[in-house]
Design a binder for this molecule. Structure first.
Ligand code: GLU
Length: 290
């Protein structure tokens, strides 16, 4: 209760957090525009975070392209990799110490365990984006919480690290975009990765650490991340951090009803611009009317 009041009284801080793994498309335009609109309506700030966490998938040229395309569309942010600000750096690949500290804290509190399952064993897990991974069957989950008593793990590298979800607990949260949400730990998602064997922090850990460190009060993003929100709430609670408010946006679908993804290059902002569309026309196409 106390936390909620604090949050409502705190100045609004929203964020947009694209990953530079491809060109931004109409779906991003829609979500980011809504994020900007909500920040403006609240008289608050919009923060841009470059989520280039995964070195294998991120490309500097996409990071440049996304900034340019966002500016072209009419988006403005008050803090970001280009604008600076009090909570920088705003580029995830430069924030490793923050993530390491978060990993240490979760490990010390018994929320993590090392997992030696290979990618081959769990092929689906490795392929899924945004931690939308298949439910981990619990092969390496110890019966009791894991504490690194032998201090064997000075650093996370070399094994996968999973968050031990409270099996059976239903995570409930209010969402101002799509209404009340409920996800059951162990059914809708399992023990998820927080750090990868190849020494890359996972999205779920990084985003919780960053949203807290950057004092984000509301997260606006696509409804594809609803299940991730449930995971992120568990991480935040384990760390004793307040959680932001949530506003997930319905996803745009193409003519066949499939959700837009980066592979739909024809609907990239770049391509629409090349075809001569104005930012306003692109916003209309994305279902935005202001
Ligand atoms: N970086 C993620 C993406 O590009 C979004 C993360 C988030 O908004 O929490 O889809």
């Amino acid at each position: 209760m106390g936390k909620r009041i604090d949050r409502e009284m705190a100045a609004y801080r929203g964020r947009v957090a694209p990953s530079p793994t491809g060109l931004l498309h109409l779906g991003h335009a829609r979500t980011f525009w809504i994020a900007q609109r909500r920040a403006l309506a609240a008289g608050g700030a919009l923060i841009l975070r470059n989520e280039d966490l995964d070195p294998h998938r991120s490309r500097p040229q996409f990071a440049e392209a996304m900034l340019e395309d966002m500016r072209w569309l009419g988006l403005r942010w008050q803090e970001g990799p280009d604008a600076g600000g009090p909570f920088g750096p705003y580029t995830q690949s430069q924030r490793r110490p923050v993530y390491l500290q978060t990993w240490r804290q979760l490990l010390a509190a018994g929320w993590l365990y090392p997992c030696r399952c290979s990618r081959k064993d769990l092929a689906q897990i490795a392929q899924a984006p945004h931690g939308e991974e298949a439910i981990y069957p619990g092969i390496c989950r110890p019966p009791e919480p894991f504490f690194d008593d032998s201090t064997a793990f000075a650093s996370p590298a070399g094994v996968n690290w999973r968050f031990r979800v409270p099996l059976g607990e239903v995570v409930v949260f209010e969402d101002s975009g799509v209404g009340t949400q409920r996800f059951a730990a162990g059914e809708d998602f399992g023990d998820f990765l927080v750090w990868r064997r190849d020494d890359v922090p996972a999205y779920q850990l990084a985003v919780v650490a960053d949203d807290a460190a950057m004092q984000i009060t509301e997260v606006v993003r696509g409804a594809d991340l609803l299940r991730s929100t449930a995971r992120q709430l568990l991480i935040a609670r384990a760390l004793g951090l307040p959680s932001p408010a949530w506003h997930h946006c319905e996803l745009l679908r193409d003519a066949r009803g499939e959700r837009l993804a980066k592979r739909h290059d024809a609907l990239s902002l770049r391509e629409l611009r090349r075809q001569g569309m104005s930012p306003q026309q692109v916003r209309r196409l994305a279902g935005l009317h202001d």
